[in-house]
Design a protein around this ligand. Structure first.
Ligand SMILES: Cc1cc2nc3c(=O)[nH]c(=O)nc-3n(C[C@H](O)[C@H](O)[C@H](O)COP(=O)(O)OP(=O)(O)OC[C@H]3O[C@@H](n4cnc5c(N)ncnc54)[C@H](O)[C@@H]3O)c2cc1C
Length: 415
């Protein structure tokens, strides 16, 4: 089975890794578009406190994704990929006043029955929270969630792609165009050459609508720009600082090794693919960060990253608390996809088409050095590109969103 995965963000890299592990012949192509979401993403893995937890499909996938990480990280470590920035650091949900804190705690404890990876849940005073994340103001009570993690998307996607290459995947640079013949996808055109395949995986994030156009497939994926600020608090040891989630603001703080604190992020729908740091972004993100963590005022600004979240329509109205369709913030609000789902989504895509076939007919993998474009031609394809199962079938897109429990093949594989 020959699979071309287009896009090497966390979803595509994971797909390439898993498919090649199962013996498929894989090409992983990426155009290095400015604004890759994975490279800008904060990397928070803490779905249990999300406002979207009422959406059962979303929540089920999100929990499964969080559960998937430790095994994946261990697997990568065995392959020599030890640097992915993944660590269980816990999270502090800043919740005021006290009744809100108690509600939050109860809700998390109730959810823990089905998701034990939530870990320890405890109410903390402001001083206790500040002891864990020193720049905090100290008068905000918090609920701590022991199981929350963070991961460095850049490192993770790089590790997955390298591991895929070691398993025989070919890494190709350049913009791929989906190529169709008589309404059927036959492969991609890369650097002017047609590369044929049994399956093409569109892991093209926010660019998926354009990628699928030649197949006559319209997906409701739009870019949602996010600006995210990186600070240095040298010489502090930030390696175990928890994720901080102030309730209600949509902003957050987290930390990585090397005294790095990350403050996120804007959510700019309608900004298109304008890849730039704006004055508004620079005002909003640090402003929100300093409101909860004034101790960051003297931190050194390292960089501001910009990424385009692949955003699709929101969940069904019934699943979503709050205003309904047509009202501000209601159902029509685009909902971005999340990196914490990425590896699982990627691996499930594999399970969809490439993986199932690869298991039935295991083949020797090709050496990584082989030219990406020397494909055997004439591979037959099993379905038309215009018939992508799952596209617009619910409130998700076929690109980088995998409905929890979705049937194999519903995840953007153009067949
Ligand atoms: C500021 C910010 C903060 C975030 N924080 C979090 C968070 O804390 N937790 C979380 O879970 N999620 C977070 N996200 C969301 C998360 O980053 C994304 O959902 C996830 O990274 C999407 O991965 P992806 O592989 O689908 O897309 P991307 O990472 O965008 O990758 C798509 C790739 O496709 C390539 N491509 C596109 N078209 C073509 C083509 N025609 N040919 C070849 N290559 C092509 C691009 O070059 C790109 O590399 C955040 C996002 C942003 C922007």
């Amino acid at each position: 089975m020959r699979v071309i995965v287009v896009g090497s963000g966390v979803v595509g890299a994971s797909c390439a890794y898993t498919a090649s592990r199962l013996g498929a012949e894989v090409v992983l192509a990426d155009a290095a578009m400015p604004g890759q979401a994975t490279a800008a993403g904060a990397g928070i893995v803490c779905p249990w406190a999300s406002d979207l937890a009422g959406d059962r499909a979303w929540y089920g996938l999100a929990c499964a994704s969080a559960r998937h990480y430790p095994g994946l990280v261990a697997e990568l470590a065995e392959l020599g990929e030890t640097e992915v920035g993944y660590r269980q650091v816990g999270a502090l949900i800043l919740a005021e006043p006290r009744p809100q804190q108690a509600d939050m705690r109860q809700q998390l404890l109730a959810r823990r029955a089905a998701a034990p990876e939530i870990g320890e849940v405890a109410g903390l005073t402001g001083a206790e929270a500040r002891a864990l994340f020193p720049p905090l103001r100290g008068d905000r009570a918090a609920v701590s969630v022991g199981g929350a993690c963070r991961v460095d998307g850049r490192l993770l996607a790089g590790a997955l792609a390298r591991a895929a290459a070691r398993q025989g995947a070919v890494i190709a640079a350049g913009r791929a165009r989906l190529t169709c013949r008589a309404g059927r996808a036959v492969g991609v055109t890369l650097d002017g050459q047609l590369a044929e395949a049994d399956a093409v995986v569109a892991a093209t994030g926010a660019w998926t609508r354009a990628f699928l156009e030649p197949a006559g497939v319209a997906v409701a994926v739009t870019p949602q720009r996010g600006q995210i600020v990186h600070l240095s608090v040298e010489p502090a040891d930030t390696s175990r600082w928890p994720v901080v989630l102030p309730r209600g603001s949509g902003h957050y703080l987290l930390a990585f090794d090397g005294s790095r604190v990350v403050a996120g992020a804007t959510r700019e729908t309608g900004a298109g693919f304008e890849y730039r740091v704006t004055a508004g972004g620079l005002a909003q993100v640090p402003g929100q960060a300093l409101a909860v963590a004034p101790g960051l005022a003297e931190a050194r600004h390292l960089e501001t990253r910009v990424g385009f979240r692949p955003a699709g329509p929101g969940p069904p109205a019934a699943a979503r608390p709050g205003p309904r369709r047509g009202r501000p913030g209601g159902r029509d609000r685009p909902r971005p996809h999340r990196a914490d789902h990425g590896p699982l989504r990627g691996s499930r895509r594999r399970a969809g088409r490439a993986g199932r076939t690869a298991r039935r007919r295991p083949r020797a993998v090709r050496p990584a050095a082989r030219d990406a474009l020397t494909f055997r031609r004439g591979a037959s394809l099993s379905a038309t590109a215009g018939r992508v199962p799952g596209v617009n079938a619910r409130s998700t897109c076929a690109a980088s969103w995998c409905p929890a429990g979705g049937s194999p093949g519903r995840h953007g594989t153009v067949r």
